[in-house]
Design a protein around this ligand. Structure first.
Ligand SMILES: Cc1cc2nc3c(=O)[nH]c(=O)nc-3n(C[C@H](O)[C@H](O)[C@H](O)COP(=O)(O)OP(=O)(O)OC[C@H]3O[C@@H](n4cnc5c(N)ncnc54)[C@H](O)[C@@H]3O)c2cc1C
Length: 414
């Protein structure tokens, strides 16, 4: 391994691998460092969706009135682990502020911009890595129990329409069954987004990008980075085994990015929304499309040959043990909603969404150095926004004007 690089990217999840690949494609000599390997954390087990239709930030006006009802159920779609209750308060305060009407409107615009860029960038990325065989273009069904629930969601569909999302409404169990048979008839209404896509498997996809990166001459090493020090003309990167130097450094360490950015002078309100799922073996259900039970906070999707059922948000930080009862509960609900689902022999998983309170990622230079960049905090949308993030990071390093304004993603915006 060389001691000196054009760019060292720290973190080999989908964000770091995507950025590293883009820079290597542009002729930079890139080293990817990860303490655990490629797609070893959140990017391994997510729902695999390119959710370009989900332009609406989580902190919507009025959400703070609804949240207490969700929190009453400790196994509901949103929960706070009691041991983490005080620690999450500053994040919640920022979240509340982000739900103010003017801030929400600005965040929606920034989210929609990044979605539009990422959607186009993904097609460029798929072509660049010959990856079409790893993409499923099978649409998404978003289901509602009864006309009242459907009507309550209408405003969100209007927002999607205004941002160019294509959809059609289905208003009977029979119409829904034509797209996805086997759903309990209590789900009477749905929004169907035909352009929705998924990866065949998120880990396989990230590995495919990493292999393309290596084929272009990129390097990957298993090392835990402990210090990043900008110096005159280069940045020094210290790990558990060595000290390396690079012209630029990109911090893409997902939910673990807070302390590395704090060392560089940026106090970023990053926390984690832990999510759970269970992957069932092949044959568990004949799934035709990605299914979202939005009011229950979970999805049913294909993962490799199997079926993955997951979602939920648990505010519990990085260190508390997983509570897999949450994954079991989602599985039982899924069985209730899809009676033919076989829930035997599943593998539970928990992942750490790297979440900012305004739902926007940090794609930014560090406060004290134009040689250090951040690419983290993508929350529920890291896979979705990875190709767009990669293009923005490459623009910033190459000194090009990016296609969209990057000011809303600055680390210093809070
Ligand atoms: C249940 C669930 C479902 C989801 N579904 C979707 C979905 O369908 N679509 C979507 O777009 N998003 C989804 N997400 C969100 C998505 O998974 C994340 O946004 C994304 O994986 C974040 O990628 P990342 O590269 O930033 O972080 P990670 O994948 O977590 O990678 C960070 C890497 O940094 C490494 N690291 C940390 N510290 C150091 C250090 N000091 N030195 C070296 N390496 C370090 C870690 O080992 C890790 O490999 C889901 C998340 C969950 C939990």
């Amino acid at each position: 391994m060389k001691q000196s690089y054009d760019v060292i990217v720290i973190g080999a999840g989908i964000i770091g691998v995507g950025a590293g690949l883009k820079l290597q494609q542009e002729g930079k000599q890139v080293l990817l460092l990860d303490s655990k390997g490629v797609a070893a954390e959140t990017s391994a087990g997510n729902a695999g969706a390119f959710a370009f239709a989900d332009v609406i930030p989580l902190a919507t006006p009025g959400i703070m009135r609804k949240a207490p009802t969700w929190l009453l159920d400790p196994l509901g779609p949103l929960s706070i682990r009691p041991a983490y209750g005080l620690k999450i308060l500053p994040w919640m305060l920022h979240f509340w502020r982000a739900s103010w009407k003017d801030r929400y409107a600005a965040a929606l615009k920034a989210q929609a911009d990044l979605m539009a860029l990422s959607k186009a960038a993904l097609e460029r990325q798929i072509e660049g890595v010959n990856g079409e065989h790893l993409i499923r273009r099978e649409g998404q069904l978003q289901l509602y129990e009864g006309a009242a629930e459907f009507q309550a969601a209408m405003a969100s569909w209007e927002v999607r329409k205004a941002h160019g999302v294509q959809f059609e409404f289905l208003d009977s169990p029979e119409a829904i069954a034509k797209i996805q048979p086997g759903i309990d008839p209590r789900f009477t209404h749905a929004g169907y987004t035909p352009e929705w896509k998924n990866v065949v498997d998120p880990k396989t996809w990230t590995e495919h990008l990493a292999n393309a990166f290596i084929a272009l001459g990129g390097n990957i090493a298993n090392q835990k980075v402990t210090a990043i020090t900008p110096q005159e003309g280069h940045v020094s990167v210290e790990s558990d085994t060595t000290v390396l130097r690079s012209k630029h450094v990109v911090i893409a360490t997902g939910a673990w990015s807070k302390s590395l950015s704090a060392d560089l002078g940026d106090s970023v309100p990053l926390d984690t929304e832990r999510g759970y799922n269970t992957t069932l073996p092949a044959g568990a259900f004949e799934l035709k499309t990605h299914v979202t039970f939005s009011n229950h906070g979970f999805v049913v999707t294909k993962a490799g040959e199997g079926i993955r059922i997951g979602g939920a948000v648990e505010l519990g930080g990085l260190h508390l043990a997983p509570n897999y009862k949450r994954a079991d509960l989602l599985l039982k609900k899924a069985k209730d909603f899809l009676p033919e689902l076989n829930i035997e022999n599943g593998t539970p998983w928990m992942g750490f969404r790297p979440s900012m309170p305004d739902s926007l990622p940090v794609i930014s230079f560090a406060k004290n150095s134009q040689q250090v960049l951040y690419a983290f905090g993508h929350g529920h949308l890291g896979l979705t926004q990875s190709a767009g993030t990669a293009e923005l990071i490459a623009d910033m390093i190459q000194g090009r004007d990016p296609d969209i304004p990057t000011q809303p993603y600055r680390a210093q915006r809070f």
